[in-house]
Write a protein of this length. Sequence first.
Length: 230
Amino acid sequence: MENTLALPQAEVERRSFIVQVYHWMTAGLAFTGLIAWWVSSQPQLVHAIIGNRALFWILIIAEFGLVLALAGWVQRMSPLMAAAAFLGYAALNGLTLSVIFLIYTSASIATAFFVTAGTFGAASMYGYFTKTDLTSVGNFCFMGLIGVILASVVNFWFKSPAVYWVTTYAGVIIFVGLTAYDTQKIEGLFRGDESAGEERKEAIAGALALYLDFINLFLDLLRIMGRRRD
């Protein structure tokens, strides 16, 4: 095992920052999972979310607003507000994702989760250790993501199975690429001369990017691997 005491202080601090990013991401995923599982066990609450279109869209809009706020204005927030916004987004995501427990079997959800964790971990490790600049990969995947979103919106009305599956498989490839790119980009967030509060906000910003990659990769793999309830 590498002796961290022999490492330069800057390297120790950089690694500590990256660990902090993954701690926040893990906390967000755990919070989302717990909320989704708890809501799915409350039939009245689930029916309130599914049966009330206005409430469902309010939740979606609130999620979108929190993501924009964190992505665009995290530096203007206090560390406490940034943490609350991130965990608030994770909780709202848990509310909307609770429906997957009604659509898919628990076993297939668990399988998709572990496959996602393995795939995400491999892509993230590649992004961390590779010496290749992944900026072009990130740009390509981002453009592909825009195409998938537009195709999915159009297919909301046309309901083409072919388009559905093409966008799903493309989504897996895109979010694997974005995971590697975002992991590499996180190292650039660390400056080493910031206060603990500023560093925490940067860690939350990095955690949000990885959190979104994981959730979207999971949903695409669940569509492919998930077994629907009878």
